[in-house]
Design a protein around this ligand. Structure first.
Ligand SMILES: [Zn+2]
Ligand SMILES: [Zn+2]
Length: 254
């Protein structure tokens, strides 16, 4: 499985981080296309920079409907349509269908250009797409949200989306005796008292003793700048596995 971080930032612009997005790829040699998770502003450009073709992305999973996770979705649809690809499978939490309908109403010229099939997902649901098995995990955020545990070829990773630390993520990790990679949001350093998000301290407390091969921190607010080493240390001490700060266009193979 190949994972490419496209955007590791948030709604506030930063020099080297666009908004949320990552691609998971079970392997083109097996006939599978890449699957996109979240599509915040800047992600369409990052798809191009990553070497993937935007026209190959016909499955998009949204963790939730905050703008920094879906702002480029319609831009992707338009880019694909201009290149004669009109089919898109859109997967997301409850509310995704209404959100898309409302969005398309504001761009009437787009309405008959795209054939978007929406599937609303619930925690615990498992779907198979492009050689990947996706298990939806309950997360806790300001609105309906999901994390995704992705398994292929005996390897597994979990992407948290935006969330407070939740036991459901631990349960998903431990249900198969551990995972190879955790990509978890870590929005702020511990000097901030936050709700709806995670800090190194709250993440470390949640993950202590769990079986994870490698952890990549993402969804980094500008306020994390200068705190990176401390953030990594706090999480690594609790988890005993390699921990790093994610960066845009980083490629991880598991
Ligand atoms: Zn959010
Ligand atoms: Zn976010």
């Amino acid at each position: 499985m190949k994972i490419t971080l496209l955007g590791t930032g948030v709604a506030i612009p930063q020099k080297d981080r666009v908004q949320s997005g990552l691609v998971v790829d079970a392997g083109a040699q097996k006939g599978n296309s890449p699957v996109l998770f979240d599509c915040g502003c800047g992600v369409l450009q990052r798809i191009f920079q990553s070497g993937y073709k935007h026209t190959d992305i016909t499955n998009v999973f949204l963790s939730h409907l905050h703008l920094d996770h879906c702002g480029d979705l319609l831009a992707l649809v338009k880019a694909n349509w201009l290149c004669d690809v009109t089919k898109l499978n859109l997967w997301g939490p409850v509310g995704t269908r209404q959100w898309l309908d409302d969005l398309l109403k504001t761009y009437p010229y787009m309405q008959d250009k795209a054939k978007i099939e929406v599937t609303e997902l619930s925690p615990g649901q498992v779907v198979e797409v492009e050689g990947l098995e996706m298990e939806c995990v309950r997360t806790v955020h300001a609105l309906p949200s999901l994390g995704f545990k992705v398994t292929a070829g005996g390897k597994s990773m979990l992407y948290s989306g935006d969330t407070e630390p939740v036991v459901d993520i631990i349960e998903a990790i431990e249900s198969t005796g551990g995972i190879d990679l955790l990509i978890h949001e870590c929005s702020f350093p511990d000097t901030f008292d936050v709700t709806n998000h995670t800090t190194p301290g709250t993440l470390a407390k949640m993950l202590r003793g769990s079986s994870i091969g490698r952890i990549v921190l993402t969804h980094l607010y500008p306020q994390t700048s200068g705190f990176e080493a401390r953030m990594v240390k706090v999480v690594a001490e609790a988890c005993g596995c390699p921990v790093e700060i994610g960066h845009d266009l980083q490629v991880i193979k598991i």
